[in-house]
Design a binder for this molecule. Structure first.
Ligand SMILES: C[S@@+](CC[C@H](N)C(=O)[O-])C[C@H]1O[C@@H](n2cnc3c(N)ncnc32)[C@H](O)[C@@H]1O
Ligand code: SF4
Ligand code: SF4
Length: 276
């Protein structure tokens, strides 16, 4: 799947504001096609590898990461600043992990991302099993962030309790239902690269100063695979922009040889089954 940046940005723009098609499309067309602005649709910022669950088929391979860590707010801020200094707009930033509500500096992260003009929308992904503190609830409610609650059948009572708290505090949220998971398989080489058929290639992920085709690819690197797929956000602006386009075109995706992704090669499985 090659990413058409213009169409993908438009996709997020439509989710942000409900204006007529003309007023949505015209400004993006002018900025990107006529003024040559470099805008990117989506980045998942991997803020923690800590998680309270152990999902057997976690797409992010979290149960298999030995040294679990939170990314410090200072590192988060620095990486966002570096990335944003080299692009003109980011339509959606997603904070995820691991479990974001275990992160002790989540408030600082949400507040900071919310203050940045180049970031047009923010999602915070939770597994729906950790009750956020009152401080976190208030910060979320005051920001433009929308929380995305996963729904794992075994824990749906907890997810509903969290949704109730969100309603009480005025936190914007979406609750996923009927999630279909895929068994993305072992990390071993396939005959073909799955990039072209995987929908997750749209989920570029920023982890430890590098952008990967997806969060699973980032975690494969963390597990010591050394595909060296990640592109360095510290590169100069021209190089970084070129490399981001290369990711979208499938030129930094050796990881996709070692994964079945969200494709027909991967069997559909129930969401959130826990390891014993
Ligand atoms: C990896 S999780 C990280 C955020 C959070 N810990 C959670 O579970 O929601 C991000 C999203 O990927 C989904 N996911 C995880 N493993 C998956 C799989 N094998 N197939 C499809 N989706 C998966 C989760 O349900 C969640 O919506
Ligand atoms: S899917 Fe989410 S909740 Fe489950 S192990 Fe992975 S990061 Fe944790
Ligand atoms: S095939 Fe695997 S590594 Fe490649 S984008 Fe899809 S999920 Fe990520």
């Amino acid at each position: 799947m090659n990413l058409d940046i213009y169409k993908e940005c438009l996709h997020y723009q439509y989710k942000i504001k409900k204006k007529s098609a003309f007023f949505q499309e015209f400004p993006i067309f002018i900025r990107q096609k006529l003024l040559g602005k470099f805008e990117i649709p989506y980045i998942e910022f991997f803020i923690t590898t800590e998680c309270n669950l152990k999902c057997e088929h976690c797409s992010n391979l979290i149960p298999f990461i030995e040294k679990k860590e939170h990314i410090a707010f200072s590192e988060f801020k620095l990486d966002l600043d570096v990335l944003l200094s080299k692009i003109d707009r980011l339509y959606r930033l997603k904070l995820h992990g691991g479990e974001v509500f275990l992160h002790p500096e989540l408030c600082e992260m949400v507040n900071y991302a919310d203050s940045l003009k180049k970031i047009k929308s923010i999602r915070v992904a939770t597994n729906g099993t950790v009750i956020p503190s009152e401080k976190v609830l208030k910060v979320l409610a005051a920001s433009k962030a929308v929380v995305q609650i996963s729904d794992y059948p075994a824990f749906s009572g907890k997810a509903e309790k969290i949704a109730e708290l969100f309603r009480m505090y005025g936190v914007k949220y979406v609750k996923l239902t009927g999630q279909k998971w895929r068994d993305m398989g072992e990390i071993k080489k396939r005959e073909t690269n799955r990039f072209k058929s995987c929908s997750i290639t749209r989920c570029t992920s920023l982890y430890r100063g590098k952008i990967y085709v997806c969060s699973r690819a980032a975690m494969m690197e963390e597990l010591g695979c050394h595909f060296y797929d990640g592109i360095d956000i510290a590169s100069d602006k021209r190089t970084l922009r070129r490399d981001i386009l290369r990711i979208y075109n499938g030129e930094h995706c050796k990881a996709c040889f070692y994964c079945d992704g969200d494709t027909d090669f991967a069997e559909e499985i129930p969401a959130g089954k826990q390891l014993l």
